[in-house]
Ligand binder design. Structure first.
Ligand code: NAD
Length: 386
C-alpha cells in the first residue's frame, strides 16, 4: 500500500545523519554505495524476482545531466536511466541511442504529462533552471511519479509548499538533490560535531563559489534563477552551517555586493555574505559567490577544530582535524555523489521508507534564504521562527 510521507521537525543534523550509521560505517570501511545497496538486491533475488531497478527520467539535458547524472546512472545499482525530457528532439534521440533508452520514452515539455502512462518511469528528476522546478515537480506528481528535484528546491518558500502539497496529494515521494547528504566526508564532519568529539562547535565558516562565465546564461536572469549566487551556491554554505551546527538559525544578517554591475544587472548579488545565529550561541559566517572559486568550511569547537576543503564540488574532498600531535588528515573513500544520491532515493522507494532529503528540507532552506535576502536588502538582522 502507498504511504503518505511526512517529516517531523527533527534537527538538521539528525536528518543529515539519520542514514549515516548504516552508510557511514560501510563507506568508512571502504565498501561504498554499492555495498549498502547489496542487501536490497539480495532480498529481491531471494524472493525469486529479478532485481527491479527504479526507472529515472531526466528532465532537462543540460550540463548537470550530461556531465554527472546520465554517467552516474550507468553505474547505479538500484536505478537506471529510462526516460528523457527535452525541448531538443535531435539531442534527445542521440542520448536515447547512447544510453539505450527506448524512443517511446522520449518526451518534450508539451507532451510531458502523458508520462503518466509510462510504467518504465518511476521517478522524474528535475534538472531545469530554478524557476521551473515548481511547475515540473507539480506536473510530475500529478502524473503519479516520484520526484527528485535539483537544488535550490524552488525560488520561494511558497513554491516549495505547493510542491510538497502536490506530492503529498499524489502520495508520491519528493526528494531534493542534496548530494552531500550521501557524501562520506561531510557525513563524518557532521558526526564529529554531533558527538562533540572536539567539544561543542562554537564558530563555523563556510564558503562556496565559482567564477561565472557567459553573461547571457539563465543563472544571471532573475526570472529563471530566482536570485544570484545565494540560490545557486550559497545554499551549500547554508546547508553546511545547518548540518554542522545541528541547529536551526534564530536570526540572520546579510550583505550583498557586485563588482560588475553590467553582468549582474538582473540579480542583486554576485557575492552574498550572511551570518546565522543559532539558539546555543553558535554562529556561522557564510559566503556564496559568483566572483571566485571557494569550496571550504571550518568548524571551531571548544577543544579543537575540523575542516573540509574542497568541500562542495564533485570531489575529491580533503578533511583535516586538530590533534594532539598536530594536524590530522581525514582518510575516507571519495564516492560519486550522484550515484550515492540516486541509489539512496531508489532504496527508499524499493523499501517504502521516506527519503532523508524531503521537500521539507528544501523548504527550510528557502525560508532562511528569504530571510537572508530580506536582511541584505534592509541592512537589518531578521529573526526566524524556531
Ligand atoms: P544548464 O543550463 O546546463 O541546463 C538546463 C537545462 O534546462 C537545459 O537542458 C535547457 O535546455 C533546459 N531548459 C528548459 N527550458 C529552459 C529555459 N527557459 N531556459 C534555459 N534552459 C532551459 O543548467 P545545469 O547546470 O544543468 O543546472 C540545472 C539545475 O541543476 C539547476 O537548478 C542547478 O541549480 C542544478 N545544479 C545542481 C548541481 C549539484 O551539484 N547538485 C550542479 C549543477 C546544477
Amino acid at each position: 500500500m502507498e504511504e503518505e510521507y511526512s517529516h517531523s521537525s527533527t534537527s538538521p543534523q539528525e536528518v543529515f545523519l539519520s542514514h549515516t550509521r548504516r552508510r557511514f560505517l560501510q563507506t568508512a570501511t571502504g565498501l561504498g554505495a554499492a555495498a549498502w545497496a547489496a542487501p536490497i538486491l539480495r532480498a529481491q533475488s531471494q524472493a525469486g524476482d529479478p532485481p527491479k531497478k527504479i526507472g529515472i527520467a531526466l528532465v532537462g539535458l543540460g550540463k548537470l545531466s550530461e556531465g554527472q547524472l546520465a554517467p552516474a546512472l550507468q553505474k547505479t545499482k538500484l536505478c537506471k536511466l529510462t526516460g528523457l525530457v527535452s525541448g531538443h528532439p535531435e539531442k534527445a534521440r542521440e542520448w536515447a541511442k547512447k544510453y539505450d533508452v527506448p524512443e517511446k520514452n522520449i518526451y518534450n515539455y508539451e507532451n510531458f504529462d502523458t508520462i503518466k502512462d509510462n510504467s518504465d518511469i518511476d521517478v522524474i528528476y528535475i534538472v531545469l533552471p530554478n524557476s521551473m522546478h515548481a511547475e515540473y515537480t507539480i506536473r510530475a506528481a500529478k502524473a503519479g511519479k516520484h520526484v527528485l528535484c535539483e537544488k535550490p528546491m524552488a525560488v520561494s518558500a511558497k513554491e516549495c509548499e505547493a510542491m510538497i502539497a502536490a506530492c503529498r496529494a499524489a502520495k508520491r515521494q519528493l526528494a531534493i538533490g542534496y548530494r552531500l547528504h550521501f557524501e562520506p566526508f561531510n557525513l563524518e564532519m557532521a558526526r564529529l560535531s554531533r558527538e562533540k568529539v572536539f567539544g561543542a562547535v562554537k564558530v563555523i565558516e563556510a564558503a562556496a563559489g565559482f567564477r561565472i562565465g557567459d553573461p547571457t546564461q539563465w543563472r544571471l536572469k532573475k526570472a529563471l534563477a530566482g536570485g544570484g549566487s545565494m540560490l545557486d551556491v550559497g545554499v551549500y554554505a547554508l546547508q553546511a552551517a545547518r548540518y554542522i551546527s545541528g541547529e536551526e538559525p534564530v536570526s540572520v544578517s546579510a550583505a550583498w555586493t557586485k563588482t560588475d554591475p553590467v553582468k549582474f544587472k538582473d540579480v542583486e548579488e554576485e557575492t552574498i555574505q550572511f551570518t546565522l545565529r543559532f539558539p546555543s550561541g553558535c554562529v556561522a559566517n557564510c559566503t556564496g559567490t559568483y566572483a571566485t572559486r571557494m569550496s571550504r568550511w571550518y568548524a571551531g569547537a571548544e577543544d579543537g577544530w575540523f575542516e573540509l576543503a574542497p568541500a562542495f564540488g564533485y570531489g575529491p574532498f580533503k578533511g583535516r582535524t586538530s590533534g594532539p600531535d598536530g594536524i590530522k588528515d581525514i582518510d575516507l573513500q571519495n564516492v560519486n555523489h550522484f550515484e550515492a544520491e540516486m541509489d539512496a532515493f531508489a532504496a527508499c522507494l524499493l523499501n517504502n521508507t521516506p527519503t532523508t532529503v524531503p521537500g521539507e528540507e528544501g523548504l527550510r532552506d528557502l525560508r532562511i534564504t528569504e530571510a537572508i535576502y530580506q536582511a541584505a536588502a534592509s541592512g537589518k538582522a531578521v529573526a526566524l521562527k524556531a
